[in-house]
Design a protein around this ligand. Structure first.
Ligand SMILES: Nc1ncnc2c1ncn2[C@@H]1O[C@H](COP(=O)(O)OP(=O)(O)OP(=O)(O)O)[C@@H](O)[C@H]1O
Ligand SMILES: [Mg+2]
Length: 388
């Protein structure tokens, strides 16, 4: 039987209870261009917490099994939990169990394989707060990983607790929750290494205040890194050893990728209030087919070798092509997505480098799409017109 939970819910209930643990009121979610996962799926998180029969690790809002249900889909009482990550459940299990240990989690993979998406949903389920994020860039400094100062206060009164500006990682250590580090390998290696002491000693020292802050139980880091950027600032072996690495693959079958794209386009369209009908099933299939063929450099039947364009043809790009085509259809068309709406999006996402990609796309159109017969004819004609 389910234990009655007495803790405060992680997130506001769908009924509109105020203030999630990240401080954003639930009513505000509708006004946001993109609400954090804990607000978008507040009702699911709430139901999972209420129906959780298993033990929660320290600092967690729900048990690892409930987190798995939240990510991969299932039931919480009578409520259907929608799958967030579509793919190998085992990978998600490994990711969740890593966070129960004292090792941090590094999600790597090609662009658009849902690394950030999974990281956000894991933090939302485990803590009800996915917003403690450090965004890795070439300009990320050690202060953004550790702490910095309010300089006006520092100059006026010297170092004090009040003048300390804590990084999201520092705040996660204090509260015993998850911090996210996006695109960690874009940050210079010396800066990344500021994490080594945090992750091995589980404390952060503030020498100016002659103090050390220990991490509370529940603290961990979920980092993401793109395999395409990896060479730029590869992680030091010392840092890599402190992470469990989970590689997120590109969807292995056409059907899986179509499922992901269909589901996300529907969610995006609802969120952005795009005034158009969802693209027809065969339009989704065609876009995903084109993406898969150009990505792998061969037709799905393996008979023709193809040149690949310079840009990344990820699942995420396919989602945005279809969302863009809906925006075109909704605003400048009849509301029904046409081959021309899709062709405009395809051209933009495939032809990134004007010279080279235009030729690759042209060759694909005339050597592959043109020969596919009547069913592909409208899309072929629209694409050929756009590529002139
Ligand atoms: N397997 C999948 N299951 C569910 N959604 C997916 C999957 N693969 C891709 N997506 C969708 O693709 C979109 C992009 O994902 P996300 O931004 O997390 O990619 P990423 O791996 O972080 O890419 P990048 O390396 O460019 O940062 C999201 O909307 C996500 O829902
Ligand atoms: Mg990302």
């Amino acid at each position: 039987m389910s234990k009655k939970k007495t803790d405060a819910p992680a997130t506001p209930a769908a009924s509109g209870a105020p203030a999630a643990s990240n401080g954003i009121a639930s009513g505000a979610a509708a006004a946001m261009l993109r609400a954090p996962a804990e607000l978008m799926f507040a009702h699911e998180l709430e139901a999972l917490i209420q129906n959780d029969k298993y033990d929660k690790p320290p600092g967690w809002k729900m048990s690892p099994r409930a987190v798995l249900t939240y990510i991969c889909g299932g039931k919480a009482g009578s409520l259907d939990i929608s799958p967030k990550y579509i793919g190998y459940q085992r990978l998600v299990e490994i990711a969740i169990s890593t966070l129960v240990t004292d090792r941090a989690l590094l999600l790597i993979g090609e662009p658009g394989t849902a690394k950030s998406w999974l990281s956000e949903h894991l933090a939302a389920a485990i803590n009800g707060d996915s917003t403690k994020v450090v965004q890795g860039t070439a300009g990320t400094t050690e202060e953004q990983i550790r702490y910095t100062w309010n300089y006006a206060m520092l100059i006026a009164h010297g170092p004090s607790h009040d003048a300390l500006i804590k990084s999201p990682i520092f705040r996660s250590m204090e509260s015993g929750s998850l911090a996210r580090f996006e695109e960690i390998t874009r940050t210079a290696s010396e800066v990344q290494d500021a994490l080594i002491s945090i992750m091995s000693e589980k404390r952060i020292s503030v020498p100016e205040l002659a103090t050390e802050v220990p991490a509370a139980k529940g603290f961990s880091i979920i980092a993401t890194a793109n395999t395409r950027d990896r060479g730029v600032n590869d992680m030091s072996a010392a840092l890599k050893r402190r992470f469990n690495i989970v590689v997120l693959p590109t969807p292995n079958t056409l059907e899986t990728e179509i499922d992901i794209v269909r589901k996300r386009v529907k969610e995006l369209a609802a969120n952005l209030e795009l005034k158009a009908q969802l693209p027809a099933e065969d339009a989704i299939e065609k876009v995903v087919t084109i993406f898969r063929e150009l990505r792998t450099g061969q037709t799905l039947d393996g008979k023709n070798k193809l040149k690949t364009p310079s840009g990344v043809l990820s699942t995420a790009e396919a989602i945005s092509v279809l969302a863009n085509s809906m925006a075109l259809a909704g605003n400048f068309g009849t509301g029904e997505v046409t081959a021309h709406d899709i062709a405009a999006g395809l051209q933009g996402s495939i032809v990134k480098d004007e010279e080279k990609d235009k030729t690759v796309w042209h060759e694909y159109l005339s050597n592959v799409l043109k020969k596919r017969g009547a069913e592909w004819r409208p899309l072929f004609t629209a694409c050929a017109e756009h590529n002139e």
